[in-house]
Design a protein around this ligand. Structure first.
Ligand SMILES: [Zn+2]
Length: 155
């Protein structure tokens, strides 16, 4: 399938999702033009605030390919990814991102994630949700263990 066909598939998923009770978002992950996984938003259906279309598609793709690294894949999102999904896409090492609706259009229908993008750029003290460091010395032990582990699977 070419780029437009793959994006159209993500868009169709976003429309179907509206009809079936999910949020208006769809995502398709493809490798060399072949669909690896596709998903729609299921936040309200699954009672899962992380169940965005992109995250759902990444989980399915990784499970199908038995990998945690989607290098060589592309993702087609019916809407520009939110900060959580963008992070997930980067962690999954997906090569390229395509989107149809942009985040301004999403904000226009009540999905405004711009405040999260702004939060990321703020100092911890200036954020709207309190965040503080607690027990850093005790927390360090797992990091030391990881550093010294000889047979770790790096990602
Ligand atoms: Zn998202």
């Amino acid at each position: 399938m070419n780029k437009e066909e793959l994006m159209r598939r993500a868009i169709v998923l976003s429309e179907k999702s509206v009809k079936t009770g999910g949020g208006p978002f769809g995502a398709v992950i493809a490798k060399d033009g072949v669909v690896v996984a596709e998903a729609s938003n299921s936040v309200t259906l699954d009672f899962d605030p992380t169940a965005h279309a992109e995250v759902n598609a990444i989980r399915t793709a990784c499970n199908r390919l038995r990998t945690f690294d989607l290098e060589g894949c592309e993702i087609y999102c019916s809407c520009e990814p939110c900060p959580m999904c963008l992070g997930a896409i980067y962690w999954a090492h997906i090569d390229r991102i395509y989107y149809a609706n942009d985040r301004k259009a999403a904000a226009g229908i009540g999905f405004d994630d711009d405040f999260i993008y702004q939060e990321i750029g703020r100092d911890l003290a200036g954020r709207h949700r309190p965040i503080e460091c607690l027990l850093p010395e005790e927390g360090k032990k797992a990091f030391d263990m990881w550093r010294q582990k000889g047979d770790k699977t790096e990602y």
